[in-house]
Design a protein around this ligand. Structure first.
Ligand SMILES: Nc1ncnc2c1ncn2[C@@H]1O[C@H](COP(=O)(O)OP(=O)(O)O)[C@@H](O)[C@H]1O
Ligand SMILES: [Mg+2]
Length: 267
């Protein structure tokens, strides 16, 4: 069992540039064992932040990418048939609760609500997980912490977290870093020099102003890093921006023209 837990250890420090007081607040939530919700658009640093915090707190990290086909059994566990007969296999949520890992449910709204309620008993004061099929009431390890991510931009009435789920968590808002910080992140992660990183961030800022005027979602830090990596690898900046920034985010010809024009201002 120890070996499998070791697979979830974060061995080297994941580089993370804080945007504000999120490191201190997450640490306080951890000390209080308060479940945490990370809110913000895709590609703004939520996953990197959790990896960094797991490393900083010395806890293993179990990450679960949520999707609508996921069942409560996928989270909690099930009986498997093998040569010796039936054998219980902990799901990732149970594994994390049993061994005191940080469990990160990424994009939790993608999961169906009947799956999401499986986390409720772990977020009560009881911190317990009933394994009904197995007839076990698992008490969570003292170091267990539940973290979820949530992109408020995607929510529709059909697909949202219930209040009874939301109200179990403390929340941290993530947004695009301010330009100086974002340029530092882009430079560090892609290998371009500071001037190029700064120009990429200017393009990102312009493009984010188009959100709601034809773009559904702002251009992410992740996309700026992609463009930077192409440039660092020798691709001409305009071609790199077209491939990494403009083409993925929109198919609308007018919007592409507007974004290409923004790119041409800086490169
Ligand atoms: N504050 C930050 N510090 C370090 N890297 C960051 C930060 N914000 C974003 N990144 C970079 O952007 C990439 C995408 O961020 P990620 O954490 O995967 O986004 P999210 O989980 O919010 O979708 C990361 O792999 C990392 O390279
Ligand atoms: Mg993520």
């Amino acid at each position: 069992m120890k070996d499998t837990l070791d697979q979830h250890r974060v061995a080297a420090e994941p580089w993370y540039k804080p945007q504000g007081d999120e490191v201190a607040l997450f640490t306080a939530a951890w000390t209080a064992r308060m479940p945490v919700m990370l809110k913000g658009p895709t590609g703004c640093g939520k996953t990197r932040f959790v990896e960094h915090m797991a490393w900083a707190l010395g806890r293993p990290l179990v990450t679960i990418a949520c999707n609508e086909d996921m069942t409560a059994s996928d989270l909690v566990g099930r009986f498997l048939l093998d040569a010796e007969g039936t054998r219980w296999q902990d799901g990732p949520l149970t594994f994390a609760a049993r061994h005191g890992a940080i469990c990160y449910l990424d994009e939790v709204v993608e999961a169906r609500q009947d799956t999401t309620v499986a986390i409720h008993p772990l977020t009560d004061d009881r911190r317990a997980l009933p394994l009904e099929k197995k007839g076990e009431l698992l008490r969570a390890h003292a170091d267990f912490l539940l973290v979820i991510s949530y992109n408020p931009g995607y929510q529709s009435l059909m697909k949202d977290l219930k209040q009874s789920t939301k109200q179990r968590f403390g929340a941290l808002d993530f947004t695009w870093p301010e330009p100086g910080i974002e340029a530092e992140i882009v430079a560090h992660e892609s290998g371009v020099e500071a001037g190029t990183a700064g120009r990429l961030v200017e393009i990102g800022t312009r493009a984010r102003n188009l959100k709601g005027h034809g773009l559904d979602e702002g251009l992410s830090t992740r996309m700026l890093i992609h463009a930077g990596r192409l440039i660092a690898g020798g691709v001409a900046p305009r071609a790199a921006c077209s491939m990494a920034l403009v083409r993925p985010i929109t198919d609308d010809p007018d919007m592409r023209d507007a974004l290409d024009a923004a790119v041409a201002t800086w490169f």
